[in-house]
Design a protein around this ligand. Structure first.
Ligand SMILES: [Zn+2]
Ligand SMILES: [Zn+2]
Length: 373
């Protein structure tokens, strides 16, 4: 049992002594959480519960000592010891928490100081990507009313954003990553690899959005709304498949640089990495084959509707019907309206009957995922 008489100092007592040397008067300070001396009923109740819990297992031992007439345990001393221990631990936790936060802030400042420009470039690239991704999706949803100048402007903006990055970091020759070659760096540390893979992935996303803009600009006489959705899907799957490749030479270089004695570990890392990439490549390749098959096949969501089957106006565009088709659930819509709808949803807009398959990537959107590895 912990005592304060100095005969048997516990770890808690020793910590208390150390803390006392740093903060004089610490042991006599009021408890910061429990109520102070003026209203100490809450504190007393809490301490009684803790003391009772602490004393219960030793009750039998104390009783046996009492019967032997050798009891020297003072309940007052127990209370002080337990209360002091709790107080110490709370102070230590508070101090270590604040030390951790201070260290995290110092580390953050160091990272910002060393890589501030790089992080700023990433923020800019992310903002540009997010804006163009949303704008393209909106323009695609406008169907015939899409604004061609807006799509053309997007193409120009994406081109200049890519050009700007490669121009500013011209000495690093980052464009070489696009053709699976090494950019110009003395050593490939973790930051360098993340930098090269991140930049390359964003540039490839910009190229993907640009191709989708060109598809969006194509006249509807050349490609129907329904087929445009499938073209967006195919471009996205091809992009995701290709984007697996540029990080491979960079990471393989990273795993194998400066390895003389640890070459076996380097081989193991490289083989494990390449195998995992091969698996992901196979999965994405399968998805792309499915997308190409869908693009080439004729997709029909329903059959041409007769004059008796159609109502006054299409429920989607609220206008006269253009090429009305009737779905399995008997609801009738314009062919383009319902084609665009099923590039976003699986179910009939009127009755929620399931009609189409997974609409992912058919709305012109591009994956937010950054292929760092
Ligand atoms: Zn319509
Ligand atoms: Zn329906």
């Amino acid at each position: 049992m912990a005592t304060h008489d100095g005969s048997d100092p516990t770890i808690s007592d020793r910590l208390n002594t150390v803390l006392e040397s740093f903060i004089p008067g610490l042991s006599t300070m009021e408890d910061p959480i429990l109520p102070g001396p003026r209203d100490n009923r809450g504190r007393q109740r809490a301490e009684e519960v803790i003391i009772n819990m602490d004393n219960e297992p030793q009750q039998s031992e104390r009783n046996s000592s009492a019967t032997a007439g050798a009891s020297n345990t003072n309940p007052q001393q127990d209370e002080e010891a337990v209360g002091g221990g709790l107080f110490d631990m709370r102070i230590i936790h508070t101090m270590s928490d604040s030390k951790l936060i201070i260290f995290a802030l110092i580390l953050l400042a160091k990272v910002l100081y060393d890589h501030g420009l790089g992080l700023l470039v990433f923020v800019g690239l992310t903002g540009t990507f997010g804006h163009h991704n949303v704008t393209l999706k909106r323009q695609v949803s406008l169907k015939h009313h899409r604004r061609a100048p807006m799509l053309a402007l997007m193409l120009i903006m994406l081109f200049f954003s890519s050009f700007f990055v490669y121009y500013v970091f011209e000495d690093q020759e980052l464009y070489k990553c696009l053709i699976f070659q090494q950019p110009k760096f003395q050593t490939f540390d973790l930051w360098t690899v993340l930098w090269c893979t991140g930049i390359t992935d964003y540039i490839l996303k910009y190229i993907t959005i640009s191709i989708k803009c060109v598809i969006g600009l194509l006249p509807h006489a050349a490609i129907s709304v329904k087929r445009k959705g499938r073209a967006f899907l195919t471009v996205e799957q091809a992009s995701q498949l290709f984007r697996i490749l540029p990080p491979i030479p960079l990471w393989v270089t990273y795993f194998n640089q400066d390895v003389e004695e640890t070459y076996i570990a380097a081989y193991i890392f490289t083989i494990a990495y390449v195998l995992s990439k091969a698996y992901v490549f196979y999965v994405r390749f399968t998805s792309m084959v499915v997308a190409i098959k869908q693009l080439l096949s004729e997709v029909q969501y329903g059959v041409a509707a007769t004059k008796d089957q159609i109502g006054d106006s299409c429920p989607i565009c609220q206008d006269d019907y253009t090429n009305p088709i009737q779905l399995n659930c008997k609801h009738v819509f314009c062919e383009d309206c319902v084609g665009l709808w099923f590039d976003r949803e699986r179910t009939c807009p009127m009755c929620r009957a399931k009609i189409a398959d997974n609409p992912a990537w058919r709305d012109g959107s591009t994956s937010l995922f950054i292929q760092f590895f």
